[in-house]
Design a protein around this ligand. Structure first.
Ligand code: MTE
Length: 333
């Protein structure tokens, strides 16, 4: 039975302003001539930047303790570029959606509680042989590369991030799915002891998402283990998340523990909450408004401008063919 309440995204556009508040603070800092220096100086000065923002201290990345740190930076795959500036790392790591740690944007400190080692990933369902792999074993089997991708949240903010990871098709190959498998259901960790959001029982935890086998094996579908040339931080979905850049951001589930191959279309976390507003496909389309607000434009993180949103978030050449035979389905929300 779906839970009938509105996610924060369901706010009318004019009231979805945390990003605006953030930007205004940045504008103030710029005026004061401080922000640029703080950002350029990186994590060591991030606390100054954050104190001025009035928030919690920005955590220092715990790269030294991460056994995979030596794998970064990985070579960049120049086939995946974006003709827009890369978003500021300090914004990308401090302005997040991760409902497991709260339904607001400033969860980065709470997310440090997530223990990302040991971490196992289970591949099960319609596969030749079910398996559970330690994340570092999985990483050793994969060839990591960096790709610069757009990311478009349904809340109408966007970012450009240099992710590191491996094609999802490589995980599918490792899984050896049976011929009847049509979908992959992904599941995020479930640890209510450390993730306070998961103690809010009105949400249908764990966070589940799903995609078709054709989508998962499209070359754009990427499994992310790093960002900005280092292991990905907890708040961005360590140690393993998806990047499906042609879809609204909620499809790119974080901190994954399970991939289940199935012949049934999975329902998702947001479909179970508000299925009329959040569907299975959720492909970006500027011409199809969300139930509550327009998707015509977007606000890049850290910018004052609104830019036009592109069909499939700019990736139509790569993915439009996936949907050619799906007319009549709710492809865009
Ligand atoms: N994955 C999980 N497990 N929980 C979440 O709340 N939020 C989604 C997506 N993946 C979410 C998630 C949404 S709405 C967006 S826009 C992106 O993560 C945000 O990713 P970021 O915080 O790295 O920018």
């Amino acid at each position: 039975m779906p839970v009938h309440f509105k996610p924060r995204w369901a706010l009318p556009e004019r009231t979805a302003t945390p990003e605006g508040v953030f930007r205004n603070r940045r504008a103030f800092l710029k005026t004061a001539g401080i922000a640029a220096g703080a950002i350029a100086a990186g994590p060591a000065h991030a606390n100054i930047f954050d104190r001025l923002l009035g928030g919690d201290n920005v955590p220092t990345p715990d790269v030294e303790n991460d056994p995979s740190a030596g794998l970064y930076p990985a070579p960049r795959n120049e086939a995946y570029q974006v003709m827009r500036p890369i978003s500021d790392e300090n914004l990308v790591t401090t302005y997040n959606n991760f409902y497991e740690f709260g339904s607001h944007k400033r969860i980065f400190k709470a997310a440090q509680k997530l223990q990302i080692r040991p971490w196992t990933v289970t591949i099960d369902g319609m596969v030749e042989k079910e398996q559970t792999l330690d994340i570092d074993t999985l990483l050793r089997k994969m060839s990591l590369e960096e790709r610069v991708y757009r990311h478009r949240c349904v809340e109408a903010w966007s970012m450009v991030v240099p992710w590191t990871g491996f094609p999802m098709a490589d995980l599918v190959a490792l899984a050896k799915p049976l011929s009847g498998a049509k979908y992959i259901r992904t599941e995020t960790f479930m640890e209510p002891d450390i993730a306070s959001g998961q103690r809010q029982s009105w949400y249908p935890w764990p966070y589940v998402e799903g995609l078709t086998m054709e989508e998962a094996t499209n070359p754009l579908a990427f499994l992310v283990t790093g960002a900005y040339g280092a292991p990905i931080e907890e708040q961005n979905g360590a140690p393993l998340r998806m990047a499906l850049p042609w879809k609204y951001g909620f499809k790119s589930a974080k901190s994954l523990v399970r991939f289940t191959f199935t012949d049934e279309r999975p329902s998702s976390f947001w479909m179970d909450i508000a299925g009329a507003e959040y569907g299975f496909w959720a492909n970006v389309n500027p011409e199809v408004a969300h139930a509550r607000w327009s998707q015509a434009t977007e606000q890049p993180l850290g910018s004052d401008e609104r830019i036009p949103t592109l069909l499939y978030n700019g990736y139509a050449d790569e993915v439009a063919g996936l949907y050619a035979d799906k007319e009549g389905e709710r492809l865009y929300y």
